[in-house]
Design a protein. Structure first.
Length: 346
């Protein structure tokens, strides 16, 4: 069996109204003298004061950087700015875009990386993987965070749509793990039972508890499930337990029409379609997505039928080496439309 590396985060702190402790956390983690911070404008507005004053109190020098777009060229520009900082540590603060950009830059500059998620919207929070537009149409391996710092109070105040999207990314594990089993059974791919079970559990815990999420979501449970899902990827040494044909569908939509819907929204809709192809209980996925307030219909995210059909048809070709149900059951646009209509996605 081929060997693979399991790179895991060293320290994960989850608290509530604890963002002002970030300085202490970093001192305990690696005692950096200077850090580079990467965030978008909205997130900076929310976090700047408390993070900046906590770092100053801990005698840590800092430089803020803007993450405006997750395309490779913007990330490279930010990388060159950060190189000049000569900092010991790079910190990504925000949703998946800022966390990924900071993670990639830290990896390239061979610096430690800390993840501060401000939304429970994706499972890259604790994983070593990054997705940048203009590179591969799927994630590539970078570096696992040395530390993850979560202030639940910030996540609770984030737009509800982001949280529902995170639940969609978790729901995707139902179909991703089934695809991994198919790859094991049909092409003899390495299958990590532990990583697969961990990823499945992060979806199950949300399914089992999602009934009241619309009214009162358990944000801590969701973010822990997202962290755990990222750890499943750390253990697997690839995004395999977290990403199957439903992710390929999401990547294909991004490839054809960037900017439609959030990552987890597309993965959730993809999971409905793929679950039906796999012979799984797709109605349960719809119910759970509805429970958390995530979209279950293409039109809810402005996804046109023609784009959906094309995306499902080309999805597997974006990552031919990742065997999924779409390798076994070849799609075409007519079949895609029929599938989407039969599940109510169209
Ligand atoms: N590495 C991996 O394994 C994974 C990576 N991804 C990647 O993550 C990205 C998607 O992440 P996602 O989080 O959905 O989208 P974004 O990171 O684009 O965030 C969406 C918006 O939410 C805002 N936001 C975040 N937190 C708050 C908050 N607390 N209050 C108000 N607004 C907030 C952001 O603000 P601002 O503009 O200030 O940042 C941004 O405008 C994609 O690039 C995807 O490829 C997704 C899954 C896994
Ligand atoms: O989004 C991811 C896992 O949730 C990453 O998966 P990909 O490797 O398909 O980009
Ligand atoms: Zn995902």
């Amino acid at each position: 069996m081929a060997s693979h590396i399991m790179e895991l985060p060293r320290k994960i702190l989850i608290g509530e109204n604890n963002i002002s402790d970030i300085g202490d956390f970093l001192v305990g983690l690696s005692a950096p003298e200077r850090v580079s911070l990467v965030s978008g404008d909205k997130v900076r507005k929310i976090t700047d004061k408390k993070i900046s004053s906590s770092l100053s109190d801990s005698k840590i020098k800092y430089v803020w950087h803007r993450s405006t777009s997750n395309d490779v060229d913007s990330a490279k520009k930010t990388l060159e700015d950060i190189r000049k900082d000569k900092s010991d540590l790079i910190i990504g603060i925000g949703g998946g875009r800022s966390v990924d950009i900071a993670k990639m830059i830290a990896f390239t500059l061979k610096k430690s990386f800390v993840s501060i998620p401000t939304s429970a919207s994706h499972d890259g929070i604790a994983s070593p993987f990054v997705s940048l537009r203009g590179d591969k149409p799927y994630s590539i391996i970078a570096t696992a965070p040395l530390g993850v710092f979560v202030d639940i109070a910030i996540l609770k105040k984030a737009p509800r749509r982001l949280l529902a999207s995170g639940c969609g990314d978790l729901m995707a594990k139902v179909t991703a793990v089934r695809d991994w089993e198919l790859a094991r059974d049909n092409v003899g791919e390495y299958f990590g039972t532990y990583a697969a079970n961990l990823a499945s559990m992060s979806a199950k815990i949300v399914i089992d508890n999602s009934k009241d999420f619309k009214k009162k979501p358990d944000v801590r449970m969701i973010v822990e499930a997202l962290i755990s899902s990222g750890v499943a990827a750390c253990i697997a040494g690839s995004s395999r337990p977290c990403s199957g044909a439903e992710h390929l569908f999401s990547h294909a939509v991004d490839h054809l029409k960037p900017g439609i819907g959030l990552h987890g929204e597309k993965c959730g809709i993809g999971a409905i379609l793929v679950a039906k192809m796999q012979g799984q209980d797709w109605k349960k996925i719809i119910q759970m997505l509805k429970n958390v307030g995530a979209p279950t219909k293409a039109k809810e995210i402005g996804l046109e039928p023609s784009v959906l059909a094309k995306a499902l048809t080309i999805a597997q070709s974006l990552r031919p080496e990742r065997y999924t149900i779409l390798s076994k059951k070849i799609m075409n646009e007519q079949k895609a439309i029929e599938l989407a209509k039969s599940t109510g996605v169209l």
